[in-house]
Design a protein around this ligand. Sequence first.
Ligand SMILES: C[S@@+](CC[C@H](N)C(=O)[O-])C[C@H]1O[C@@H](n2cnc3c(N)ncnc32)[C@H](O)[C@@H]1O
Length: 232
Amino acid sequence: MLNDLEVLERLVPVAGRDVVDVGCGGGALVRALAARGARMTGVEISEEQLAAAVRDDDRGGAQYAVGMGQQLPLPDGSVDVVVFMRTLHHVPIEEMGNALGEARRVLRPAGVVYVAEPLAEGDFFTLTSVVEDEREVRAAAQRTLADAAAARLERAEPFEYDARVCLAGVQALRARVVSVDPARAPLFDERADELASLFARLGEPGPRADERCFMVPMRADVLTPAPAVSAT
Ligand SMILES: C[S@@+](CC[C@H](N)C(=O)[O-])C[C@H]1O[C@@H](n2cnc3c(N)ncnc32)[C@H](O)[C@@H]1O
């Protein structure tokens, strides 16, 4: 089994390159890639999440900016790798194509856009669907990737893998689900009993006593600038 970071490293070299993590959340991937020699920028729509990323960056050196994938706060041609790790399906559907267009705009000619998206299947999807059904947005993200040519990007063969999420109890699940969107908190609390029973039933015991682990089927895409079409 491979984790998100191992797949990313396998598909895209990052050491010595300028990498932007779009929707960086609490900054775990920014820190991991910086430790592997990337010059990192974390972009995040939520000021609260970004503040946590800045606070937890004990190594320093990474840049952070509040911003949206569909309107990146970065100059043209300034980045080697743009990463969307579980972020594209959170961009409003009508803006997903613009988010890929923005990634293309900020990319250097030999750059790469890396998009890892959870698929609408597996135990963790069943569990979190109680709070929010993401089928439509996840399908829209896949359609956007299939139409990468509209953003002048060329899509390689996708790479599928199973990630695993291990959580120490229902409160850890709540924290994870709500961190993406605070509006989910009352939805979670309304259905807390159902979530607790599913949490106990789905997945499998984790390495720690109170932990359960859930499979998250993922699809990773590597997109590169499409060759310019010359006029004849
Ligand atoms: C599922 S979380 C993933 C966080 C992180 N990339 C990870 O893999 O742990 C999605 C993140 O995207 C952020 N987000 C939502 N809409 C966004 C947008 N339009 N532009 C940039 N980030 C966005 C959310 O605030 C959240 O931090």
